[in-house]
Write a protein that binds this ligand. Structure first.
Ligand SMILES: C[S@@+](CC[C@H](N)C(=O)[O-])C[C@H]1O[C@@H](n2cnc3c(N)ncnc32)[C@H](O)[C@@H]1O
Length: 230
Protein backbone atom coordinates (compact mmCIF):
# COMPACT_ATOMS: atom_id res chain seq x y z
CA UNK A 1 0.00 0.00 0.00
CA UNK A 2 1.45 3.37 -1.03
CA UNK A 3 0.58 6.40 1.10
CA UNK A 4 0.50 9.88 -0.38
CA UNK A 5 2.31 11.07 2.72
CA UNK A 6 5.32 9.04 1.62
CA UNK A 7 5.87 11.74 -0.96
CA UNK A 8 6.63 15.11 0.60
CA UNK A 9 5.15 18.31 -0.81
CA UNK A 10 7.59 20.26 -2.96
CA UNK A 11 9.48 17.02 -3.40
CA UNK A 12 10.96 18.37 -6.62
CA UNK A 13 11.73 21.85 -5.39
CA UNK A 14 15.32 22.96 -4.92
CA UNK A 15 15.20 25.08 -1.73
CA UNK A 16 18.05 27.21 -3.05
CA UNK A 17 16.23 28.00 -6.31
CA UNK A 18 13.28 30.42 -6.01
CA UNK A 19 12.24 29.63 -9.60
CA UNK A 20 11.95 25.88 -8.89
CA UNK A 21 8.47 24.46 -9.61
CA UNK A 22 6.06 24.33 -6.68
CA UNK A 23 4.01 21.33 -5.70
CA UNK A 24 4.89 17.75 -6.49
CA UNK A 25 5.96 15.94 -9.64
CA UNK A 26 4.56 12.72 -11.11
CA UNK A 27 3.65 10.13 -8.49
CA UNK A 28 5.91 7.06 -8.52
CA UNK A 29 4.35 3.76 -9.55
CA UNK A 30 2.44 1.87 -8.35
CA UNK A 31 -0.23 4.53 -7.86
CA UNK A 32 -2.42 4.52 -4.73
CA UNK A 33 -5.78 2.87 -5.18
CA UNK A 34 -7.98 5.87 -4.34
CA UNK A 35 -10.85 7.03 -6.57
CA UNK A 36 -10.42 10.62 -5.32
CA UNK A 37 -7.11 10.86 -7.14
CA UNK A 38 -6.83 12.29 -10.65
CA UNK A 39 -4.83 10.05 -13.03
CA UNK A 40 -3.65 13.05 -15.01
CA UNK A 41 -2.24 14.74 -11.89
CA UNK A 42 -0.63 11.47 -10.79
CA UNK A 43 1.00 11.15 -14.19
CA UNK A 44 2.06 14.77 -14.70
CA UNK A 45 2.46 16.09 -11.14
CA UNK A 46 0.32 18.46 -9.07
CA UNK A 47 1.48 22.08 -9.20
CA UNK A 48 -1.68 23.57 -7.67
CA UNK A 49 -1.66 25.77 -4.56
CA UNK A 50 -3.44 23.22 -2.36
CA UNK A 51 -2.83 21.72 1.07
CA UNK A 52 -0.60 18.66 1.08
CA UNK A 53 -3.54 16.47 2.07
CA UNK A 54 -5.26 17.36 -1.23
CA UNK A 55 -2.29 16.56 -3.47
CA UNK A 56 -3.37 14.71 -6.63
CA UNK A 57 -7.07 14.95 -5.66
CA UNK A 58 -9.63 15.68 -8.38
CA UNK A 59 -11.01 19.22 -8.13
CA UNK A 60 -14.58 18.02 -7.48
CA UNK A 61 -13.35 15.74 -4.68
CA UNK A 62 -11.63 18.66 -2.94
CA UNK A 63 -14.82 20.74 -3.24
CA UNK A 64 -16.90 17.85 -1.86
CA UNK A 65 -14.52 17.49 1.09
CA UNK A 66 -14.58 21.26 1.79
CA UNK A 67 -18.38 21.12 1.64
CA UNK A 68 -18.40 18.76 4.62
CA UNK A 69 -17.00 21.45 6.94
CA UNK A 70 -17.76 24.88 5.47
CA UNK A 71 -18.23 27.73 7.91
CA UNK A 72 -21.63 29.48 8.10
CA UNK A 73 -19.87 32.67 7.03
CA UNK A 74 -20.58 34.34 3.68
CA UNK A 75 -18.94 37.32 2.03
CA UNK A 76 -20.49 39.74 -0.44
CA UNK A 77 -18.69 42.26 -2.60
CA UNK A 78 -20.16 45.20 -4.48
CA UNK A 79 -18.74 44.94 -7.99
CA UNK A 80 -18.98 48.27 -9.75
CA UNK A 81 -15.46 48.79 -10.99
CA UNK A 82 -13.84 45.47 -11.94
CA UNK A 83 -11.90 45.95 -8.72
CA UNK A 84 -8.68 43.89 -8.47
CA UNK A 85 -9.45 43.40 -4.75
CA UNK A 86 -12.26 40.98 -5.50
CA UNK A 87 -9.86 38.22 -6.48
CA UNK A 88 -7.93 38.69 -3.28
CA UNK A 89 -11.13 38.59 -1.20
CA UNK A 90 -12.13 35.37 -2.96
CA UNK A 91 -8.76 33.77 -2.19
CA UNK A 92 -9.11 34.68 1.49
CA UNK A 93 -12.69 33.39 1.48
CA UNK A 94 -11.35 30.05 0.29
CA UNK A 95 -8.71 30.05 3.03
CA UNK A 96 -11.46 30.54 5.64
CA UNK A 97 -13.65 27.94 3.90
CA UNK A 98 -16.69 30.20 3.78
CA UNK A 99 -20.09 28.88 2.74
CA UNK A 100 -20.45 31.28 -0.17
CA UNK A 101 -19.17 34.34 -2.00
CA UNK A 102 -21.72 36.79 -3.40
CA UNK A 103 -20.87 39.16 -6.24
CA UNK A 104 -23.34 42.06 -6.27
CA UNK A 105 -23.68 44.18 -9.42
CA UNK A 106 -21.78 43.32 -12.57
CA UNK A 107 -21.59 39.61 -13.27
CA UNK A 108 -18.02 39.75 -14.58
CA UNK A 109 -15.50 40.23 -11.81
CA UNK A 110 -11.75 40.62 -11.72
CA UNK A 111 -10.40 37.10 -11.13
CA UNK A 112 -6.70 37.93 -11.20
CA UNK A 113 -5.93 37.79 -7.49
CA UNK A 114 -8.15 34.75 -6.94
CA UNK A 115 -5.46 32.37 -8.27
CA UNK A 116 -8.29 30.01 -9.32
CA UNK A 117 -9.45 29.58 -5.72
CA UNK A 118 -12.98 30.42 -6.92
CA UNK A 119 -13.14 26.87 -8.30
CA UNK A 120 -13.18 25.55 -4.73
CA UNK A 121 -15.96 27.92 -3.61
CA UNK A 122 -19.63 28.48 -4.25
CA UNK A 123 -19.81 31.84 -6.01
CA UNK A 124 -23.25 33.45 -6.49
CA UNK A 125 -24.22 36.48 -8.52
CA UNK A 126 -26.83 39.06 -7.46
CA UNK A 127 -27.66 41.75 -10.01
CA UNK A 128 -28.64 44.23 -7.31
CA UNK A 129 -28.88 44.87 -3.56
CA UNK A 130 -32.51 43.70 -3.40
CA UNK A 131 -31.51 40.29 -4.71
CA UNK A 132 -28.81 39.91 -2.02
CA UNK A 133 -31.29 41.00 0.68
CA UNK A 134 -33.85 38.47 -0.54
CA UNK A 135 -31.28 35.66 -0.48
CA UNK A 136 -30.10 36.63 3.04
CA UNK A 137 -33.67 36.67 4.39
CA UNK A 138 -34.38 33.25 2.90
CA UNK A 139 -31.10 31.81 4.22
CA UNK A 140 -31.48 33.32 7.71
CA UNK A 141 -28.17 35.14 7.33
CA UNK A 142 -27.51 38.63 8.78
CA UNK A 143 -25.87 41.17 6.49
CA UNK A 144 -23.05 43.09 8.18
CA UNK A 145 -21.59 45.95 6.17
CA UNK A 146 -17.85 46.52 6.56
CA UNK A 147 -16.78 50.09 5.84
CA UNK A 148 -15.40 53.07 7.71
CA UNK A 149 -18.48 55.21 7.36
CA UNK A 150 -20.23 57.51 9.85
CA UNK A 151 -22.21 55.40 12.30
CA UNK A 152 -20.09 52.27 11.96
CA UNK A 153 -19.16 50.39 15.13
CA UNK A 154 -15.51 49.40 15.75
CA UNK A 155 -15.15 45.79 14.63
CA UNK A 156 -12.88 45.09 17.60
CA UNK A 157 -15.76 45.73 20.00
CA UNK A 158 -18.41 43.93 17.97
CA UNK A 159 -19.40 40.27 18.13
CA UNK A 160 -20.24 39.24 14.60
CA UNK A 161 -23.24 36.92 14.30
CA UNK A 162 -22.46 33.29 13.57
CA UNK A 163 -24.71 33.13 10.50
CA UNK A 164 -23.33 36.20 8.91
CA UNK A 165 -22.55 37.73 5.53
CA UNK A 166 -19.79 40.35 5.59
CA UNK A 167 -20.42 42.93 2.87
CA UNK A 168 -17.54 44.86 1.30
CA UNK A 169 -17.51 47.87 -1.01
CA UNK A 170 -15.51 48.63 -4.13
CA UNK A 171 -12.19 50.45 -4.12
CA UNK A 172 -13.08 54.12 -4.46
CA UNK A 173 -16.79 54.48 -3.71
CA UNK A 174 -17.00 51.90 -0.92
CA UNK A 175 -20.40 50.60 0.12
CA UNK A 176 -23.33 52.34 -1.55
CA UNK A 177 -25.97 54.06 0.58
CA UNK A 178 -28.51 51.52 -0.59
CA UNK A 179 -26.30 48.64 0.60
CA UNK A 180 -25.62 50.31 3.96
CA UNK A 181 -29.38 50.74 4.40
CA UNK A 182 -29.93 47.06 3.65
CA UNK A 183 -27.41 45.80 6.20
CA UNK A 184 -28.33 44.71 9.74
CA UNK A 185 -25.16 46.29 11.12
CA UNK A 186 -22.14 48.31 10.03
CA UNK A 187 -18.62 47.82 11.36
CA UNK A 188 -15.28 49.53 10.76
CA UNK A 189 -11.72 48.42 11.38
CA UNK A 190 -10.01 51.04 13.52
CA UNK A 191 -7.06 52.68 11.79
CA UNK A 192 -4.18 54.63 13.32
CA UNK A 193 -2.36 56.27 10.40
CA UNK A 194 -3.14 58.92 7.80
CA UNK A 195 -4.67 56.91 4.96
CA UNK A 196 -8.44 57.16 4.65
CA UNK A 197 -8.91 53.44 4.27
CA UNK A 198 -7.39 50.00 3.86
CA UNK A 199 -7.71 48.31 0.54
CA UNK A 200 -10.78 46.13 0.42
CA UNK A 201 -8.75 42.91 0.22
CA UNK A 202 -6.88 43.69 3.43
CA UNK A 203 -10.08 44.81 5.18
CA UNK A 204 -11.84 41.60 4.16
CA UNK A 205 -9.01 39.44 5.50
CA UNK A 206 -9.13 41.21 8.86
CA UNK A 207 -12.92 40.91 9.08
CA UNK A 208 -12.95 37.20 8.17
CA UNK A 209 -10.22 36.57 10.74
CA UNK A 210 -12.27 38.44 13.36
CA UNK A 211 -15.27 36.19 12.62
CA UNK A 212 -13.13 33.06 12.80
CA UNK A 213 -11.54 34.02 16.13
CA UNK A 214 -15.07 33.96 17.60
CA UNK A 215 -16.70 31.13 15.70
CA UNK A 216 -14.21 28.75 14.06
CA UNK A 217 -12.61 26.07 16.19
CA UNK A 218 -8.96 25.16 15.56
CA UNK A 219 -10.12 21.74 14.40
CA UNK A 220 -11.99 23.36 11.55
CA UNK A 221 -15.48 23.05 13.00
CA UNK A 222 -17.65 25.69 14.60
CA UNK A 223 -17.02 26.82 18.13
CA UNK A 224 -19.98 26.63 20.47
CA UNK A 225 -20.74 29.60 22.70
CA UNK A 226 -18.75 29.29 25.91
CA UNK A 227 -20.68 27.95 28.90
CA UNK A 228 -21.81 30.68 31.25
CA UNK A 229 -19.38 31.30 34.09
CA UNK A 230 -20.59 30.09 37.48
C1 LIG B 1 -10.98 51.86 -0.30
S1 LIG B 1 -12.36 51.52 0.66
C2 LIG B 1 -13.61 52.66 0.19
C3 LIG B 1 -13.95 53.92 0.72
C4 LIG B 1 -14.00 54.41 2.11
N1 LIG B 1 -15.31 54.37 2.73
C5 LIG B 1 -13.46 55.84 2.17
O1 LIG B 1 -14.04 56.64 2.86
O2 LIG B 1 -12.47 56.12 1.54
C6 LIG B 1 -12.99 50.04 -0.10
C7 LIG B 1 -13.63 49.05 0.81
O3 LIG B 1 -12.65 48.52 1.69
C8 LIG B 1 -13.22 48.21 2.95
N2 LIG B 1 -12.52 49.01 3.97
C9 LIG B 1 -11.42 49.77 3.78
N3 LIG B 1 -11.00 50.30 4.94
C10 LIG B 1 -11.83 49.87 5.91
C11 LIG B 1 -11.92 50.06 7.32
N4 LIG B 1 -11.04 50.79 7.99
N5 LIG B 1 -12.92 49.45 7.97
C12 LIG B 1 -13.81 48.68 7.34
N6 LIG B 1 -13.78 48.46 5.99
C13 LIG B 1 -12.81 49.04 5.29
C14 LIG B 1 -14.69 48.56 2.84
O4 LIG B 1 -15.43 47.41 2.52
C15 LIG B 1 -14.72 49.58 1.71
O5 LIG B 1 -15.97 49.65 1.10
Amino acid sequence: MIHLNDRPANADADPADPTAPVGVGPHPRPWPDDPRLDPQLLAEGDRRNVLDRYRYWRLEEIVADLDTHRHPLHVAIQNWEHDFNIGSIVRTANAFNVAGVHIVGRRRWNRRGAMVTDRYLHVHHHPDVASLVEWAARAGVRLVGVDNLPGSVPLETFELPRDCCLVFGSEGPGLTEEMVGACNGLVAITQYGSTRSLNAGAAAAIAMYHWSVRWASPAGGIARPAAAAR
